[in-house]
Every structure is written in structure tokens, then in C-alpha cells.
Design a protein around this ligand. Sequence first.
Ligand code: FAD
Length: 654
Amino acid sequence: MLVRRLRFPKTLSTCSIQASDIHTQHYDVIVVGGGHAGTEAVAAASRVGAKTLLITQKIQTIGALSCNPSLGGVGKGHLVKEIDALDGVMGRAGDWAGVHFSILNRSKGPAVWGPRTQLDRQRYKDFIQSELLSTPRVTILEGSVQDLLFTTADPEKPGRHKVYGIRLAHGGGEIHSRSVVLTTGTFLSGALFIGQNTSPGGRMADPPSCAGLSHTLKEVLGLKVGRLRTGTPPRIIKDTIDFSLTLIRLPDPSPTPFSFMNTHTHCKPEEQLPCYLTYTTPGVERVVKESSHHNSHIQQDTKGPRYCPSIESKVLRFPGRQHQVWLEPEGLTSDLMYPQGLSMTMPPEKQLCLIREIPGLQRAKICTPGYGVQYDFVCPTQLFPWLQVKSTQGLFLAGQINGTTGYEEAAAQGLWAGVNAGRTSLSKPPVSLSRTQSYIGVLIDDLIGRGVTEPYRMFTSRAEFRTALRPDNADLRLTLRGFEELGCVSEQRYNEALRVQVSLNDALSALKSIHLSASRWKDKLGDVNISETKSSILNGVEVLQYKDVSLQMLASAFPELAGLYLEFSERLKVEAIYRPHCEKQRKEIERMQAEESLYLPEDIDYLTLPVSLSQEVREILDSVRPSTLGAAARLSGITPAAIVHLFNYVHRNK
Ligand code: FAD
């Protein structure tokens, strides 16, 4: 069996960045921004073979966690597993830096379990930085990108602009490339809010993105841009918290790694840190109401994250309710705690009054106050499924700039934009991921098909085929394609995924070859609850679907058949449980895949198309301009009849 180890090669402090000949070089891909989208984009572009330059405002903030020190959760954990399956960095960084691992949603089926970990902030950043520094074909430059360089061909046609590089701020000159990936996060026209003070910024202590970039996107490239907001809580000094007044939440006794290549996490089970739960009181509501006229962030109309709202919006929307506050460690040696659920933008002195109304925090001290940020995002309906801007060849967007919120959503898009920017630069065709194959496909399809009106975050409920898109099988869904077709997966990972695939198939065949009646199964396995009415004869996979039956039990009864596969006992159990659901869904998945593979021509004129479509349908199609028939079918207001007419039209005119 393959020996898998956690690896941590170099740190930034021990590596120098070679920037001396940067302007004379021509890059395949330039990635702007070293956040979660940018770092995955750089790594992915280089994996597909592109010579890649990362330009970011501050090297020391590459991989910084702007808000909560945690990774994964319900839906988000699926994204981390898929990023890992495509050989991304995030899952391995989480395994290295995690300090409190747990699987959320365990009371539900494994398809919707949410792998999650609290992170050590510094360790996470260190891992990402060291990983990028040891990635071949990657150069890192500290600097600010002021503008894009592009040519304009035919103003009448889509794809009329073509990017060929960037211009650095402060007279730093031009750098040329075949494609550019913008991952500017919360920095585009970013403004920070505390109380009634507003200042330009993308994050505390970081300036916003240069104004030239926003101007070019809006005014020159003509992209539709909107405005969103988010916020972060104050950080609390750990020693000032009375944990005896809170409820302790321990991590899982045996931490489950995110990465398919890791058998264990860096933090040993006994070294993991607990989290603590406390609740808001009526005093919190009073402070929010008293300070609301000193709080300009909440007075704005700009949409904030609905699923991660500020304490001000929770209290004002649901008066009289108690709200959870999780006190989460910021790291193994950090003296700070992160109060999840207390994002706020009131003046700092009011923030102190508010937290002191909470059990356990009556004597707490704040190290840094909470604040809000407002920023521009580009409406993502203007993107192709490969995250390239429709009107501008070679320009890709990923992360918060596309209207999402969260590290995992950003990283997933970054990876996909990086793969495609790399491929485009190497003259390979772009690739897309269907929502039948992955949560990354669901995320991108939702963004480009429906757009966003508030910060978008991932949930399992967004995936219609969630019994097939499970965290446990992300490797089988994506790693093989990632190596064979996309070129973004290493041979080592590919061989491991192949080994797993072959073993699981062999195990399922072996189990299916055992046929017994229900009563014989009961004799063999002992006192287990197997229904005798369901079927007179059951095979080993059907028996494994029963709650009380484990692979270990089958292995004891049939050591020569099932005993060989104990390494995969959990995966086989999940596989067996979901097999009937997945088989039922196969037809629906095939139909959707056929629709996804039918591309709608970019220059199609929906308003005059000679087919029977209502004016309303024409206008919806004209405004969204879906890339595929599948994307058109999911638009609200588009009827099944309209899809049939479109299908026939496209087929006739192929
Ligand atoms: P970021 O992580 O923001 O990274 C952007 C990078 O681009 C930075 O490194 C920046 O220096 C660089 N950059 C920008 N412009 C330029 C330029 N012109 N030239 C060079 N480099 C440039 N998410 C949640 O899920 N829940 C929350 O509650 C939450 N709260 C947040 C609160 C605050 C105050 C902030 C700032 C963010 C919050 N987030 C929250 C969002 C989370 O941080 C982002 O979703 C995630 O970091 C987005 O990743 P990204 O890679 O798109 O951008």
C-alpha cells in the first residue's frame, strides 16, 4: 500500500522570490490576488503546464483567512474534498493546520455529512505559501495590479476584447501573458466600516484594489458590476473568558483528514482543541438597538451574507430570540478566540459593551474590533462555464469577485479558472464541469446561470444529485478525469485513485457473488435485523445496506471474499447504502448530461429566433445568454416546451 505522508517543504522566510527579470518574461498565466481563489488558480495553472505568475499586494498575506479560522462544513466540506480530488492545495493545508476536526450533520446520511475543521491561522497560511513556493513553473511577485492590457477586435462580436497582460501600479511597468485570472476578493473598490467611520480598504490593514481595475471592468470592458458587503467579529483575548459559564464542544476523537492522500492529520487526536458554546442575552439586543444610529454599515442597502449575518441584522430581524455564539480557537498557540456569530460593525466601545452582555464574556477584552467591508463584484452571468469573461478572451474571474462568500467557494472557482486559463494559454480547449458530476459544477452553474443578488454560499440542498455527489467519492468522480483529460492531477494521486477504484469494484463484485436467503444471513451474521419479506434471496451488497450490518461482520463470515477489503469498510458501507438511489437517478443524470453537452451558439439572436418562443422566454434568454441547453433549462421562467424548440433549432443548424 502507498505510504502517504503530510509534507511541509519550505517557508517564505527561508525562500527568496526572484523578481529581477520579471518584465522581460512572457507568462502563460498571470493570477492577480493571493487569497483562496488566487492560490488555487496559480497551483492549478502550473499543474496543467502553464508558466504562471502570481501578483499579490502582500506576500505575507498569501493564503490569509480574512475572517473565521475554519474550513469545510455542510456543503463547503464537499467543495474541499473535490478541490483535493483535483489535486488542489486546500484540503492538504486543512489537514496540516486543523486543530479541531469534526464531521457535521452526522445524524443525517453520509451524502450530506460536512467535514469541518478549526484552523491554526498561521499554520494554514504557512502551508499555502510553502506549497506555492515549491510548485514548479510558479513565480510570485509582490505588487499591485493597476490595470489590464487588452486589444479590441470587433466591437460587434462577443469575445471582442483580448487580454495580453497587466500594468502594475506605481509605475511598475507592464507584464505580458496569454491569460489573466482576477481574484481580487473583497478588494475591488473595497471600503471598511466601523461605527460611523468609513475608510478605503479590502481588509483591515490592507488597501483596496487600484481604482483603475474597477474602472476598466465597468467602463471599458462594459461589465455589469454590483456591490455586496460582509463583516467580521471582534477577536477576544482568551485569558479574559470564563469558560466555566459556557458549554464545551469536543472534536471527533479520531480526526478525519480532508485529503484523499492523507491517512492522518498533522494535529494528533489528543492535541486537538475544544470549542465553546454560549448564547446572546436581552442585553445584547439592547446594545444593538442603542448603537444602531452609530453604525453606518447596517444602514446601507447593500446586500450582506444571508447565512452568516451580523449580530445587528440577527437581532433586528428576530427580536427576543437567543442566538448561538461559538468561541473558537484561532490556533494552537494563539491567545485569541474567534466568537462565531458576533460579526459586528458598531463603534469599538459599543462592541465591548455588547460582548460583556454574554455569559462567559462579562470580563472579556477585545484585541481587535469587528468591522464590515463593502466591495464590487462582477455579475457572474457574464462568464462562460470555464469562468472566462464572455466578452474578453483570456480574462478569467474567480472567487469573491464573482459574488460568492467563503474560502471554499473561492478556492473551487480558483482551481477551475486556473485549469482553464492554463489550458487556454497552451492552446487547449476549455473544459467545464457538470452539476451532475460535482459541487464545483453546481456552484459554477448556479453563478453563471442564475447570477447572484446576495453573497452566494454552498449548501447540499443546491445539488439535485447529492446522493451521487458525496464527500467520500469525490476522488472517483474527479481524480481520474483530472489526470486523463484535464492534466491537473499528479500521477501519484491518479495511481492511488485507480487502486481505490479497482479495489472497490472488486469488493462489490465479491459481495454480490454471495447469495443467501434472509434467514441464512441471520444465521451467518448473528442477531441482525434483516427483513425477510423484502426479497427471498439477498446478495452481500444488499445485506450491507442494512443499518446493523458492517463489512467487518461480512468479513468474519466470509473471510476469503470480504476480508480482503477491510481497508474500505466505511466507503463500501456508504456505497451500498446509496447504490439503489444512484441507480434510480442515472437516467435523469444522463438526460442532464446530454443537455449540458449541447452548447448554444454565442451569437444566437433570441429576440428574432424563428421558433415558437414567447416574448418573455426570448427576453430571459437574451438577457442571461446561457452557454448550454442545460443552463437554459434551469432558468426560472423557461418552459420545457421552449427547451424542446431550442434543442430542435440548435440541432437543425449544427
Ligand atoms: P481574498 O481572500 O479577499 O483575496 C484577495 C487577494 O487579492 C488578496 O490577497 C489581495 O491582496 C489581492 N489583491 C486584490 N486586488 C489586487 C490587486 N489589484 N493587485 C494585486 N493583488 C490584489 N466569508 C465567509 O464565508 N463568511 C464570513 O463571515 C466572511 N466574513 C468576512 C469578513 C471580512 C471583513 C472579509 C474581508 C471577508 C469575509 N469573508 C467571509 C470572505 C472570505 O474572506 C472570502 O470569501 C474569501 O477570502 C475570498 O477569497 P478570494 O480569494 O476571492 O479573495
